[in-house]
Design a protein around this ligand. Structure first.
Ligand code: NAP
Ligand code: MG
Length: 503
């Protein structure tokens, strides 16, 4: 298999990445496919700006190959007839393999995405394995209902009925670059538990761990064609996948803008579609909170993974009495954070994923300044060739400012004070998005009063960004359609058939 060598230059003083060969191919029907339609897509190390691989740019021809492979695996292969316990066993085996190759996967992820190695290890590999095991358990627990019917004719005839859940079919999964391995697992684990087959398109910036995962899928014993990974650009490879008539369902995670395009295109073919989209999640600090905890929490909510988190706490609302203290505390923390390579254990803030994204975030910082915002901390790009942006705290912006309303997806938070809890609700809900929100308070009655009033798919109390495979996750408003995780995610990958029998 072709391989590119990996240089560790630019990670000076850091743990040298020890990586195996990077495969510069897609994985279709269990086989590497190197040919794309045009120029290969360069893949970068965001900490240094160096090219680390070239991936095929899949076009309609390659997408068709992958969908046909998934179609065959679903319609006629051994996968179709496998008992639920067989699917469970394979998913458990895959979880073991992910753990066994955890070091390699985490290093590959840090190299490709820039994220801190500890985050890649803990959140992508370890919790990825946890997600696989959790979904493995569901494979054997999918149930339908027995229904009593009241059809009165013909006289003397009785009816019994049941619902029979069945896999929806071939899933086209399209994912972003912020948690490349975990997002791939979030898509394939429930799809496989339900008995579907998958064509996965990772983000063009970060295809490497998804491709390695697909190899582990084969090694675990899943039949060829059950999971296929195609690489390439969204506008071509992604769009061809969404348009392909052989795909039964689209599972998308990414921006609201692209999600709307995909939703419309999927509807043309009446494909099932689930959308996990963007956010502008509020962090609401009440004046009875534990201040240190709230300051630390607000910092983690926005700066974790360089703010490249769909539920990043990018709007900070603090009750007036505590506002100055909390915002100054957050600015001090931001100003003291160490930027660097994700391989360096001293690093607290890694690079953003790409030069393009760095520019986008820096443009937003410029817009915030032009809108009259005051920069309390950060505001600049980091030094060197890597795609760094300093953790940035803004104050003094009106609620209608663009950087208060639009998703930046970087380490930039906008702080605003509020008076009453009613004001906090108005500010928090004054957004097109509704993905997450956190409340920081020690007053149970105030917290319980606020929870039902905030428009968000997940509300955290005295914590932020905590996810669990057993906790449904998804968006209100323009943050998406559908819920991943928990029992709820199975509904996205199952059709419900009603069976009515006369006797
Ligand atoms: P994006 O630009 O929407 O891209 C997401 C994926 O869609 C990528 O694989 C992309 O391919 C592909 N794509 C782009 N245009 C397409 C098209 N016309 N047809 C089909 N596919 C297309 O998002 P991103 O910049 O990668 O990720 C950041 C966004 O993801 C943020 O908005 C964030 O909030 C959201 N997100 C949401 C969640 C959640 O669970 N709600 C989780 C993580 C991230 P390319 O890579 O080639 O562009
Ligand atoms: Mg993109």
């Amino acid at each position: 298999m072709p391989a590119a060598s990996v240089s560790s230059a630019g990670h000076a003083g850091a743990d040298r990445p020890e990586l195996g060969a990077i495969r510069e191919s897609m994985l279709i029907d269990g086989k590497p496919v190197r040919e794309g339609q045009g120029e290969p897509v360069a893949v970068y190390d965001p900490a240094t700006g160096q090219v680390i691989a070239h991936q095929p740019d899949a076009g309609p021809v390659q997408i068709d190959l992958a969908v046909q492979a998934a179609r065959r695996a679903f319609d006629s292969g051994p996968w179709r007839g496998m008992l639920p316990a067989g699917r469970e066993r394979l998913l458990l085996k895959l979880a073991d393999l992910v753990e066994q190759h955890g070091n390699e996967l985490a290093r590959l992820e840090t190299l490709n995405s820039g994220k801190l190695l500890g985050v890649a290890q803990g959140l992508e590999v370890e919790s990825g394995a946890q997600w696989l095991r959790y979904m493995a358990g569901w494979a054997t627990k999918i149930t339908g209902d027995t229904l009593s019917l009241s059809i009165p004719f013909p006289p003397g005839v009785r009816y019994s009925a049941q619902t029979l859940p069945q896999p929806v079919g071939v899933v086209g999964a399209i994912i972003p670059w912020n948690f490349p391995l975990l997002m791939a697992i979030w898509k394939i684990a429930p799809a496989l538990a339900a008995g579907c087959t998958v064509v996965l398109k990772p983000a063009e910036e970060t295809p490497l761990t998804a491709l390695r995962l697909a190899e582990l899928v084969l090694e675990a014993g899943f039949p060829p064609g059950v999971v296929n990974v195609v690489t390439g650009r969204g506008e071509t490879a992604g769009a061809a996948l969404v348009a392909h008539p052989g795909v039964d369902k689209i599972a998308f995670t990414g921006s609201t803008e692209v999600g709307k395009l995909i939703g419309r295109a999927a509807m043309d073919g009446m494909k099932r579609v689930s959308l996990e989209l963007g956010g502008k999640s509020p962090v609401i600090v009440l004046d009875d909170c534990d201040v240190d905890r709230a300051v630390q929490g607000a910092a983690a909510a926005i700066f974790f993974n360089q703010g490249q988190v769909c539920t990043a706490g990018s709007r900070l609302y603090v009750q007036k009495g505590l506002y100055a203290k909390v915002v100054q505390g957050l600015a001090d923390l931001a100003a003291g954070m160490t930027l660097g390579s994700g391989f360096d254990p001293a690093t607290q803030v890694g690079p953003l994923v790409s030069a393009r994204h760095q520019k986008r975030v820096m443009d937003y910082i410029g817009i915030g300044r032009a809108e009259g915002g005051r920069v309390l901390a950060g505001g600049g790009a980091g030094e060197g060739a890597g795609y760094f942006v300093q953790p940035t705290v803004f104050t003094g912006l009106r609620p209608d400012a663009r950087i208060v309303r639009e998703e930046i997806f970087g380490p930039v938070v906008v702080a605003q004070p509020f008076d009453s809890l009613d004001d906090a609700v108005l500010l928090a809900n004054d957004s097109a998005f509704g993905l997450g929100a956190s409340l920081w308070s020690n007053d149970l009655a105030r917290v319980q009063g606020l929870i039902p009033r905030i428009d968000a798919g997940t509300i955290w109390v005295n914590t932020h960004n905590m996810l669990d495979p057993n906790m449904p996750f998804g968006g209100f408003k323009q943050s998406g359609i559908g819920r991943e995780h928990g029992r709820a995610v199975l509904d996205l990958y199952l059709e419900k058939k009603s069976v009515c029998m006369a006797y």
